[in-house]
Design a protein around this ligand. Structure first.
Ligand SMILES: Cc1cc2nc3c(=O)[nH]c(=O)nc-3n(C[C@H](O)[C@H](O)[C@H](O)COP(=O)(O)O)c2cc1C
Length: 386
């Protein structure tokens, strides 16, 4: 059985014939090259965050105060990174977090399709955003055998919300990720300084413009009058959700429902009591609230509060060691965000596959070296706050 870590032998052996990797091997280099490859507005939208970006930085630096405890004489030549998520067997505990502008990150402007193809190639599921350049049905076709999930930004119009969820079901998505922290956009100085909000310029609204219920709310079609359609979208984008809304949202689907943005253990318990099948610890990559608490530091308490449901995690994951730390702190599955947007800008599907393979290789080799050959070995005793 091959291990994900075998990638390093592949690279070293290719090096004997003078071949060195054309794509970056570190996040710092990936970020540097992505800035050169992306249109300036797209770059600042993806790289930027809320306020002075303190939370965004904390999401990263907080990983440094967690350390894995090496355990010896537990070497196993085969590692097992597989995980069960809502009864779905996945080869790895990694997934692609929803990125609403991934569509415009690739050079061809079809980044959602590129991401779905990377999911198909790697078995790493994509959580497709509500905000895509290509409609979800066309994205879903590209998942191949890999399960896909749909992320919902709940519109104020309940029938549009119901329509989006039902389309996600019909196009074969295996779960709904409801994002809670973005009913209003956080204060983002980088985007404000350039008055740049991609959706208001008509980007990434394909799921709305292709939606029969959304279209029924317009006097003219989005093709005839895009300006009015964009305005209609802006008016109905984010419903200010309250706990009372959950019963209705739950009633929209029998698919697993995951609530994204949960950072407090009480919210996690309440979410599960209200019928959520999983919770998703995330600070939205520091793009929404610049409150200063790192997502990884919220994870242990949330995971302890809801031991019987899957806990998804993202925000600040840049490497395989970040993935392993999050798993040890209680995550069932770990989401990759900005790294794949940068990789998409450099090399589309190929770039995203590269980033996923490098993250998985590092995670696998870290588990090998530190004596945690399976995910079941990675419990709280594997990690310490340093
Ligand atoms: C450019 C960009 C767009 C995003 N769009 C969405 C989205 O449409 N829906 C959503 O739930 N989260 C969205 N997120 C948040 C990601 O799902 C994820 O929580 C975040 O990227 C994690 O932080 P990190 O990328 O710094 O690791 C977006 C993030 C970025 C960077």
């Amino acid at each position: 059985m091959p291990n994900y870590g075998d990638l390093q032998n592949e690279i070293y052996l290719a090096g004997l014939s003078g071949v060195v990797p054309s794509l970056p091997m570190s996040f710092a280099e990936l970020e540097r090259r992505a800035e050169l490859a992306m249109a300036p507005g797209t770059w600042s939208y993806v790289a930027g965050g809320a306020g002075d970006e303190h939370t965004q930085r904390r999401n990263r630096t907080a990983f440094d105060h967690w350390g894995l405890v090496p355990r010896m004489l537990r070497a196993r030549t085969e590692r097992d990174l597989s995980v069960d998520l809502f009864g779905i067997a996945l080869p790895t505990p990694v997934f692609l977090s929803p990125i609403g502008v991934i569509g415009i990150c690739t050079q061809d402007g079809h980044g959602d399709l590129a991401t779905a193809r990377a999911a198909a190639a790697t078995g790493v599921p994509m959580v497709a955003s509500t905000l895509t350049e290509d409609p979800m049905e066309e994205v879903a076709v590209e998942y191949g055998e890999t399960p896909g999930f749909f992320q919902l930004y709940c519109p104020t119009d309940p029938e549009v919300a119901a329509s989006l969820v039902s389309r996600a079901e019909r196009s074969g998505h295996r779960g709904i990720v409801l994002t809670l922290d973005t009913w209003v956009t956080g204060w983002r100085p980088r985007d404000l300084a350039t008055s740049n909000f991609p959706q208001l310029r008509g980007h990434c609204l394909a799921n709305y413009f292709s939606d029969p219920v959304f279209r029924s709310r317009l006097a003219s079609t989005p093709e005839d009058d895009p300006g009015s359609a964009i305005l209609a979208w802006a008016m109905m984008f984010g419903k200010p959700l309250a706990w009372d809304d959950l019963a209705w949202l739950r009633s929209l689907t029998d698919l697993p429902l995951v609530l994204k943005g949960i950072c407090h253990p009480d919210d996690a318990r309440r979410a599960v009591d209200a019928g959520a099948d999983g919770v998703f610890v995330s600070t939205h990559g520091g793009r929404q609230a610049n409150g200063g608490l790192a997502a990884i530091d919220c994870l242990p308490e949330v995971a302890a509060a809801v031991p019987d449901v899957p806990v998804l995690f993202d925000s600040g994951v840049r490497s395989g060691s970040d993935v392993v730390k999050a798993l040890a702190l209680g995550a069932t599955a770990v989401g990759i965000g900005r790294p794949y947007a940068y990789a998409a800008a450099l090399a589309g599907t190929h770039g995203i596959v590269h980033v996923l393979r490098t993250i998985l290789a590092e995670a696998d080799l870290l588990m090998a070296v530190d004596g945690y050959p399976t995910l079941a070995d990675l419990g709280p005793e594997a990690i310490r706050r340093t």
